[in-house]
Design a protein around this ligand. Sequence first.
Ligand code: DGJ
Length: 715
Amino acid sequence: MAMSTPAGGHHRLDSSNDTVVLQFREEGLPEILHWGTRLPDEIDLEEFRRAVERPVPHGLFDLGEAPSLIPQAGSGFTGHPAIQVHRGGYDTITDFRLAGCQADSAKINFVLNDETLAATLLVQLMLDPTTGVLTSRIKLTNTGADGLNLDWLAGLTLATEYADITQFDGRWALEFQLVRQYLSSGQIGKENRTGRTSHHSPPFLIAGEKGFGENHGAVIALHLAWSGNHKLFAERLRDGRIQLQCGVLLTPGEVILKRAESWESPPVYVARGERGLNDASRKLHAFVRQNLLSPRIAKKPRPVHFNTWEAVYFQHDLAKLKTLADLAADMGVERFVLDDGWFKRRINDRAGLGDWEVDDIKYPDGLSPLINHVIARGMEFGLWVEPEMVNSDSDLMRAHPDWILGIQGRAQPLGRSQYMLDLTRRDAFDAIFEKLDALLRQYPISYLKWDANRDVSHGLSAGRPAMYSQIQALYRLLDRIRDAHKDIEVEACASGGARADYAMLTRAERIWTSDCNDPYDRQTIQRGFSIFFPPEVMGCHVGPRRAHTTGREASTAFRAYTAFFGHMGIEANLLDLTAQERLQIATVIREHKRWRDHLRHAQIMRLEYDDRSICAFVAIGEASALISVAHLSSSPYPLLAPLRVPGLGRGNWSVQQLNIPPAARSRVKYAPPLSLGEKVILPALVLREQGVPLPVIAVGEVAIFALHRLGTANE
Ligand code: DGJ
């Protein structure tokens, strides 16, 4: 690649709405001078730089706190550096300088050299022309003779003034819970050392103007596309600015580069929201849909699932499963997913992982009788697997006790009675591939639910840290399976939602959001999930009347209309539901099928509402929109305030509530036409400024409104 420094030491990247201006100082470090709304084409970048330049206060280094994309101690930076390396304890100070770059209006690649250290960095920034989402990639190469230890390489460092920081917290069965903190001093950040994307610390970071909301205030939403250990943080620097950094969390000694070897960070994706978090989500969803999602999603509408887990757990009985398949098919299900429990010795979660042979007691004639039955009922067949894991009670472990991550002779805590296989070993990798491949060749399985149910404490291979290589091996395994079986779809799952990230999303058509099917909690879980992920990849199931994870009861309508807004499915023992309940779910499924194409293209906007008892959002398309309003806890007032709905542009919309509860008339003294299911016409500006009048909704109810644009968008 021909490399040169851009004329004038500046370069701009443009999307339809955004401009990023980079400058290359004389000292040789690239810096983002500006990232904001698109600047006029004719702007003189040198003038612009002079205009936005900031003073250098006393008390710091002579050039100030060396702002750059690669802040380092060597160039006068005392915050957390973007890169930390050494050679056996020497060469700890880096001073990478620009050696050349190659750029166009959407992309810039630059090479930075540190000749004393003998290493180079290759950095690439891409601004997606349509959405304005920024992608950052960075690669370190050792050009010296001795081994170069890499301890930290930020996938991206962004300087910002935004101190209102939001990250996700969560746990098994309660993922994607937002935690908001103001960064006055020091760092706010999270590390993930679980070896999976994580329930409690997934790789997302949001920084905004103080008090930003869903529809106001500028924000930056950032994601490291990685499914293993990571660290993301915001740091208040001593000059008052803030830096955001994220990268793979490496174990000391994990990466030692030999001469000419390289290490590359996973990509980082960042969206800027000018008007709140919804704006950032709009860009991220569009970017994901255009650039990351598998084309398999566009090929066909997302099939409605039936998943057997909460219906039967490990008690697989062919006759019962066939009955469930019949009931599911009658309810409009299109894909039957046989969850955990189908393979040898799998009577509980303590045995069988790793063998992947059909249990001949539960299935004396193999899976064919069930699969044929499912297919005959017009459904696809999907199968649960957990390929990275092994139980000690398995033939695989008995034959190859050394195939697990860890150290022989050192005990390690078990998670769900299982170990993680060392996929960096060729033999273990090939053996697992062959077992999965054989299953997929033997049976017409068109879907794999790919689970991973333990955290990793001893991420070691042959005594050395190996979590980074392990996750790369996982990606290779998934890619190999998907290459060998071109039509297969995959669901990324890890004890519920501990594997929701964009790296998995390029290899999976669905993400299992959470094991919690209780709509009260699901509403907030799905709300958090929707910040970075579009609805068509969000696995959502109608659970049993009493939720297995919370013990709480919820109405059929509430459960069904909560599952309605993603990739819908059912996960309950259908034999425990009354015919009336099954019919009710089937009716919502029918409705979902009418709207699922809309959802696949829709812009999701989380709606703000003063009364915290309400959780509401809207899915907006060109000509129609769907609003969901869930009442989660008792409201202080008998009358709910109208719900303001932005994003509908101009013109008039017809508005109609889709699901009128039987008590709609009797629970109030007067019910207006909208609350009785009549269509009303409202201008977009009234919906935005005054809002949709809400009916009296009982706690545990959800109101769904269908909107249709009258006339064209410009009226
Ligand atoms: C965890 C998943 O999240 C569940 O949906 C289920 O597949 C179980 N594992 C099976 O062991």
